[in-house]
Write a protein that binds this ligand. Structure first.
Ligand code: SF4
Length: 291
C-alpha cells in the first residue's frame, strides 16, 4: 500500500511533464508510460521519447520529496532504453576480443603468466624435481623459460588441421596426391611433426607454410603429365584482321620486278630438266651396231 510520500510523488506527474517539456521541447515528448518508486522519497515518471534519433527510448524524470509539507523537486532527467531501442554491443574485455592473426607490425601482445598454452621449459636436472613438470610436459627449453604445453599443442593441431592447409581445404580436396608422399614436404620436429610439416615447393600456394600430411595440391612432386595426350590445333591465320602498311610506287615496282625475275629463273630450270630428258637417237643406232 502506497504511503503518503509515494502518493505525493505519484500525483506529481504533471510537474514531471512540465519540467521535461521545458528542458526537451514538446515535440520530443510522447505519451505517459508510468510511475516507478525508486526509494522512500524518490520516484520516477516515464514518458515516451518521440525523437526519431532515439526510437524505442523513454524519458525518465526522477522526482524527490522531503516530507508532506515540502514541494516535489526534480532530481534528474535521462533517457532509458525501452523495447526496440538500439543499443551498443555489450563490453568485451580486450584480451577476449583478440583473434588469431590479429598481431600486426609494431603491435605488442603480452602472454599471461598462467596461459595454459605454455609450461615451464626443462632446462636442467633440478627441473626434474619441479612439481610443475609432468612427464608429458618435459621438453628441452634451452633459452626458453616456457615451452608449448600439451593443451597448447592440442589447440595448435586442431587449428592447423581445420584451417586452410588441412585436408578439407578446397585445394586439397581437388587432388588425390597428398603431402605425405610429396618430395617437397618437410616434417617439423617434435610431436606435431607426426601430422604436420612445411611445404617447400616454391610454385605452391602453401610454400613456406605448415601443412598437414593429408593436405595436398597440384604441385605434388610425383604428378606426371602425358604431354602427348594433350591435343593441339594447327596454326590458325585470322585473315579478317589484316595488318596494313604504307608502300610507295617504287617499292611496288621493285617487288613486281623481283617476282618476274624469279619466274624467269624457274622457267630456265624447267627447260634444263626437259633438255636432259631428250635422247640422241643416233647414239642408240651406234650402240645396236656394236652389239
Ligand atoms: S607441393 Fe603441394 S603436395 Fe607438395 S608439400 Fe607442398 S602443398 Fe603438399
Amino acid at each position: 500500500m502506497a504511503n503518503a510520500l509515494e502518493t505525493k510523488l505519484s500525483n506529481a506527474k504533471d510537474v514531471a511533464r512540465k519540467f521535461l517539456v521545458e528542458e526537451i521541447t514538446e515535440q520530443r515528448v510522447g505519451e505517459y508510460l508510468g510511475f516507478e518508486v525508486e526509494g522512500e522519497n524518490v520516484a520516477t515518471h516515464k514518458f515516451k521519447c518521440v525523437d526519431k534519433a532515439y526510437v524505442g527510448w523513454n524519458w525518465a524524470v526522477t522526482l524527490a520529496v522531503v516530507d508532506q509539507s515540502s514541494e516535489v523537486t526534480v532530481s534528474e532527467i535521462l533517457l532509458l532504453p525501452g523495447d526496440g531501442a538500439i543499443l551498443a554491443s555489450s563490453w568485451i574485455p580486450w584480451e577476449q576480443r583478440v583473434e588469431p592473426g590479429d598481431i600486426g607490425i609494431g603491435d605488442v601482445l603480452p602472454t599471461a603468466p598462467d596461459d595454459i598454452r605454455l609450461v615451464p621449459g626443462y632446462t636442467g636436472v633440478d627441473d626434474l624435481f619441479d612439481e610443475k613438470l609432468t612427464p608429458e610436459g618435459w621438453e628441452v627449453g634451452l633459452g626458453r623459460f616456457r615451452v608449448l604445453s600439451v593443451p597448447g599443442k592440442d589447440q595448435t593441431a586442431i587449428r592447423w588441421y581445420e584451417g586452410d592447409r588441412g585436408p578439407r581445404a578446397a585445394i586439397a580436396e581437388a587432388v588425390t596426391d597428398k603431402c605425405v608422399t610429396c618430395g617437397f614436404y618437410v616434417a617439423i620436429s617434435g610431436s606435431l611433426g607426426q601430422s604436420f610439416g612445411v611445404c617447400t615447393n616454391k610454385f605452391a600456394a602453401d610454400d613456406a607454410k605448415v601443412v598437414s600430411i593429408d593436405h595436398g595440391c597440384g604441385g605434388h612432386s610425383e604428378i606426371v603429365v602425358d604431354m602427348h595426350s594433350i591435343p593441339t590445333g594447327g596454326i590458325v591465320f585470322d585473315d579478317n584482321n589484316l595488318d596494313t602498311a604504307e608502300v610507295s610506287d617504287e617499292e611496288v615496282v621493285e617487288v613486281e620486278v623481283a617476282e618476274i625475275e624469279e619466274e624467269d629463273d624457274d622457267t630456265e630450270v624447267e627447260d634444263l630438266d626437259l633438255a636432259s630428258d631428250v635422247i640422241d637417237e643416233s647414239e642408240l643406232d651406234e650402240a645396236d651396231e656394236e652389239n
